[in-house]
Write a protein that binds this ligand. Sequence first.
Ligand code: FES
Ligand SMILES: [Fe+2]
Length: 399
Amino acid sequence: MDRQRLIQTAREDLAHAKAGTIQQTPSHVEVPADHYVDETRWQQEIKQIFKRVPLMLATSAEIPEINDYKAMTVLGVPLIISRAENREVRAFFNVCSHRGAQIMPEGRGNTHRFTCPYHAWTYNLSGQLTGVFAEKDFGAVDRSCYQLTPMMCLERAGLIWVHLDPEPKLPIEDFLCQYDEALAGFNFENWHYFDSQVVRGPNWKIAYDGYLDIYHLPILHKATFGSDFPHRANYYPWGPHQRVSGPNPGLIEFEHLPDDEWPLEAAMGGVWTIFPHISIASFDGGGRGVLLSQLFPGETVGESITVQHYLLQDKPDEEGEKGAREQFKFLRYVVEEEDYATGLKQQVALASGAKKVVTFGKNEGGGSRFHAWVDLLLQTPDQELGALFKNPFDPLLSE
Ligand code: FES
Ligand SMILES: [Fe+2]
């Protein structure tokens, strides 16, 4: 557990609260407006980012039991994530070894075998071919040559990362930059999976900017979160991943304690983002909960799809279930009617060509750092990808 690093972030939040200050980048950062609307660049982002770095595609709480699985399609790639007999998580392309049919329909479930709907070839949850229908007629099949095509995956901190690239260039551990050790403070592996819902929004970066943006909270969300909501944020990077939190005077009660006696919860607040497309924000509804938002580029440059997952620390009772349902509905409203409704209009406005750049302020370092990482990945060839994460640096400070 990267405990010391985490407690440092909480101490910094406290120091800013006491001094009445906030983190600031050395200068404003301009991002070309066409980065949000350019079709060619958008395709590069899918290729160079989403298909080159591992993506956090499932939570452990979605497939907690042996033989649980989740089938999904990500950027046109059909895949299955499963928990095998030894409890290990595996991921496979959802593509039959016979003639390439998709084996499992999208969704979650529990099964002893995956059976292809086309000619009933069957596979176990470790991806081994276990049955060939009418094999005498088909001709003998060497099972070892017909396994499901595995995808590199890793379960850490109750979250599951998968590489869409069948020949990944980047070890998942390196990509995480030890952020998983900090995320482990949530103990997500023991949480309860409540539900998911899908929200459609603008370009994935317009949408994602909003999750790194605290500045807008008392303004755009005045009707929901309130106009006295704090607008200032500190950003703590682990490579491209960032924890976002505010100056917190409440931490003063722990100030005199040595690092190893600080309660971990003191450092788990705020918004946790996982590059390039995840945000985890804490809420209280039906008990301690988080909204885990998973963003994907949509069908066109101006569209994205967000899967909102709601997780609860404890399985709710009837009352808690009601509270969680209301909270989840409320969060959909906030994102759909306030964030994305604004973002969809911003998309149209930026496409007009009226502005050459958009500007991130000195206290919007989260957004500018995110865009710097996007740029970096677009510029970095495969053979240099590993080095980018092995000794991660902060592109905001390297200028
Ligand atoms: S394509 Fe799957 S069994 Fe034929
Ligand atoms: Fe927002």
